[in-house]
Design a protein around this ligand. Sequence first.
Ligand code: AMP
Ligand code: TRP
Length: 331
Amino acid sequence: MENRKILLSGIQPSGNLAIANYIGAIKNWLSLQEQYYCIYMVVDLHSLTVRQDPKELKKRCFEFIGQYLACGLDPEKNIIFLQSQVSAHSELAWILNCFTYMGELSRMTQFKEKSTRHGENINAGLFTYPVLMAADILLYQTDLVPVGEDQKQHLEITRDIAIRFNNLYGETFRVPEPFIPEVGARIMSLQDPTKKMSKSDEDPKSYIALLDNPDVIKSKIKRAVTDTGKEIIYNENRPGIANLMTIYSCLTDKSFSKIEEEYQGKGYAEFKAHLGEIIVETLRPVQKKYEVLMKNKDTLYNILKDGAEKASKMAQKTLSKVQKKIGIIQI
Ligand code: AMP
Ligand code: TRP
């Protein structure tokens, strides 16, 4: 571990893990697990910023961890855990709150956007959300954080907080860098290809969930909104077919020109039918593994326990260092 760089990321347990999360995050994570020391979380505390049904939340946390594992994340090679199981996250978040300015937090695009969307519940957690994220990252002396475009601002504030603290108290935190995977495809909604595919979209037809059954998958692809036109040609001005081709390309590693060649003279219907099959076959082993895992709750529970223990050990080191520096008594 010592000479490998530390890479950390997390996903909120909200909505249903979708093919966009697989292509944009989990698939990349799989290829990183050999090269880096990887820490992957389900960030359940972050999801409390929006009102949750307690039973649903609990169920979804297990399901998300189950899906991480079913996709092939290896708990022997990585640390896989639930954020809430390591209390150091909340403890460091409080301390970092006292080193973060209202002005900085007010500038966060996600806060502005979420407080407009959830006007009835603009809670303080929504405002300090990036500080908890900073704690998630800084606790593990993380080098690299794979994030999408929308999280870059949160990584920037994490760096600012780390630098500020280091300047005041001496070298304490490693200052993390964003990690942009080489192939960073943005997958769009199947119902509105100008909008990002989101696991929390109210319309389940807009995304393929990792746990959708084969018939549902095929039907969603068949009914995916496409542009007027017939040819399977990649063109950004035809976002519907471009998006389906992107999904095709990410799952088969075929280039757009190769796909165009294969579908020359063929129509949307045939292309969509094949794409449906490809997604079904990609997800079949994942779903099979998931089913076995979920039947064996003890194993899942043990993986979570083991992950939390390993994470706690690392996190506690940083937390103690911080506490000592700011004058909190260690007993
Ligand atoms: P979210 O669903 O917004 O919680 O996203 C979790 C992670 O999944 C993000 O950080 C991205 O890496 C990935 N992701 C989510 N939506 C997309 C998308 N439409 N296209 C590509 N990657 C995505
Ligand atoms: N805020 C991130 C998102 O919504 C999730 C997240 C929380 C995260 N803590 C993190 C991502 C730490 C990377 C590292 O996508």
